[in-house]
Design a protein around this ligand. Structure first.
Ligand SMILES: Cc1cc2nc3c(=O)[nH]c(=O)nc-3n(C[C@H](O)[C@H](O)[C@H](O)COP(=O)(O)OP(=O)(O)OC[C@H]3O[C@@H](n4cnc5c(N)ncnc54)[C@H](O)[C@@H]3O)c2cc1C
Length: 506
């Protein structure tokens, strides 16, 4: 038996960020009996990288996360299932089979001709076998020093598929798609030896939510919090920690002060920082006083954080066949050419090539006249600098030239710009070659001050949650959710009175 101590109930806890990590931490603390929990969110909306919108009709569009990755052991899948929030029936068929190849994808070459499905299937199947092997940590030692791209290239070059006419081109397409899962500019930027630390939960990678989308899950978390516990438009500028009693001049002093850009400040016993790794890359050196320890700053630097964007195009009418799940673009040669990566992403050099990173355009569940294009990495960052109308015109040109179909007018375009969002600065985490994933995720998650080194200071002043802090589920919504629960549990354990049983008394 254990229960929260009086000190725990009274402890002042500030949570920076209202994404899944921040909200799950808040929910867990409030449910455990903490009475002073304050979530501060910089944006004018809640959810962070969850952004469910309705720009085209009453049906939702997800600008951020779409799918629940895995079922077994996934708390978000369980929550969605319990509350009937999962997609049912055929309406979500397409969304459930997204930007990975399906038998309903149409693959086009640059010259406007279509590649037979069997040819595409063969290469995609081989590609999937290679990636599964990498994720299951069954690689031979000779692959360990390689990047993910290097490993794939080496394995493909030994395959008879490499000699087929379209084989190498389709393989490049597969690599481009994989960049979406890795949020990387190129698979040469991703470590192959560390992929095995990511755990794919059983039950399918692409589980779909129903008509309420991810917002419905966020709403469940928000419902369990008192409305005043979450404040929007409260961008935190600095986290001052390790404050001394003398500086505060009061008996009940707090070791942490959180100061917002609007000048408001919050005294706290504990702060849980859930901002993205992208934000930490931009601001970790200025946001904390005293500075973060070297191990944490190194983790922020070493882990990768890439950009994935979506381009939604609503047409005046559907121009693709009804059975078509996606129009995939197979370039003769694309930005997977390694030399291109020496370019400056904001520079003019991307002007004529950025769009070659668009893998294709998928149909969108519940939106019969909408297509969604995906783009990643430095090309995505370049695209973000363009006007919506420019992006639209390029996409229409591509669709016309690759398919040869007559493409009707685009009635609306919606482009995500995660890389330039000042409160996200990218999309999700990846592990670059040479980086020890477990060590860096753990360094990022470690609370401050490190208890063993500072025995006299108040413990657990600054805690860290967020998808990048999860060793096995980084990049995902459930990783973010579980990291928030983990840090809440850390505080719950700290403030729990253990009812002693007889053996403990003696
Ligand atoms: C395009 C895209 C597609 C994705 N697809 C999927 C998918 O299909 N499935 C999946 O599982 N995951 C997906 N993800 C990843 C998933 O969305 C994230 O892993 C998860 O939502 C991260 O949650 P978080 O709480 O860690 O961080 P965030 O959601 O980034 O929350 C952090 C919060 O902190 C706030 N903040 C930042 N700075 C400050 C400050 N100074 N003061 C106060 N608040 C601040 C931010 O505004 C934000 O609300 C996708 C992400 C993107 C961008």
């Amino acid at each position: 038996m254990s229960s929260l101590s009086h000190r725990g109930r009274e402890a002042r806890i500030v949570i920076v960020g209202a994404g899944f990590a921040g909200l799950s931490a808040a929910e867990t603390l409030v449910k455990a009996g903490f009475q002073n929990v304050q979530v501060l969110e910089a944006m004018g909306r809640l959810g962070g990288r969850i952004h469910t919108t309705r720009p085209f009709s009453e049906n939702i569009i997800e600008l951020g996360a779409n799918w629940i990755h895995g079922q077994k052991g996934n708390p978000l899948f369980q929550l969605a299932q319990e509350h009937g929030l999962l997609s049912e029936g055929d309406s979500a068929r397409i969304m459930c089979q997204p930007h990975s190849v399906t038998s309903h994808d149409y693959f086009f070459r640059e010259d406007g001709t279509q590649i037979p499905t069997e040819d595409v299937d063969e290469v995609c199947c081989f590609f999937r076998q290679l990636t599964s092997r990498a994720f299951e940590s069954e690689l031979e030692e000779r692959h360990n020093g390689l990047s993910f791209g290097g490993y794939l290239d080496s394995a493909f070059s030994e395959s008879p598929l490499a000699t087929l006419n379209d084989g190498p081109k389709v393989f490049e397409w597969c690599k481009r798609i994989e960049c979406t899962d890795e949020a990387s500019s190129s698979l040469y930027d991703v470590s192959v030896s560390q992929l095995g630390f990511y755990i794919a939960l059983e039950g399918g990678f692409f589980n779909c939510l129903g008509p309420g989308g991810y917002q419905a899950l966020l709403d469940l978390l928000l419902k369990s919090l008192p409305p005043e516990a979450v404040l929007k438009n409260q961008a935190v500028e600095t986290v001052q920690w390790d404050l001394k009693a003398e500086e505060q001049g009061q008996e009940q002093w707090c070791p942490v002060r959180v100061v917002c850009e609007n000048g408001e400040s919050y005294e706290a016993d504990h702060v849980i920082v859930t901002v993205s790794l992208g934000v930490l890359k931009e601001r970790a050196r200025t946001m904390f006083t005293p500075a973060l320890p070297k191990s944490k700053l190194c983790a922020v630097e070493r882990l990768g954080f890439g950009t994935v964007d979506k381009i939604y195009l609503q047409f005046s009418e559907r121009f693709w066949p009804e059975d078509c799940a996606g129009i995939q673009l197979v370039w003769n040669q694309g930005p997977e050419d390694k030399d291109v990566y020496s370019c400056d992403c904001e520079g003019e050099s991307w002007k004529d090539t950025w769009f070659k990173k668009i893998c294709g355009f998928d149909t969108v569940a519940r939106h019969p006249t909408v297509l969604c294009g995906w783009i990643t990495g430095r090309e995505a960052l370049y695209m973000e600098s363009l006007k919506d109308s420019e992006v639209r015109d390029v996409c229409v040109r591509l669709l016309k030239s690759f398919t040869g179909w007559s493409v009707p007018e685009v009635s609306r375009v919606l482009v995500s710009r995660w890389g330039h969002d000042p409160y996200v600065c990218g999309s999700y985490t990846f592990i670059p070659p040479g980086v020890n994933a477990v060590r860096e995720h753990e360094a990022l998650a470690a609370p401050l001050p490190a208890e063993s080194r500072y025995p006299k200071r108040k413990p657990l002043q600054v805690l860290f949650a967020g998808e990048a802090t999860h060793v096995n589920f980084y990049t995902t919504t459930h990783g973010a959710y579980l990291s928030g629960v983990r840090e809440a549990q850390r505080l719950i354990s700290h403030y729990t009175d253990k009812t002693m049983n007889s053996s403990e008394c003696t």
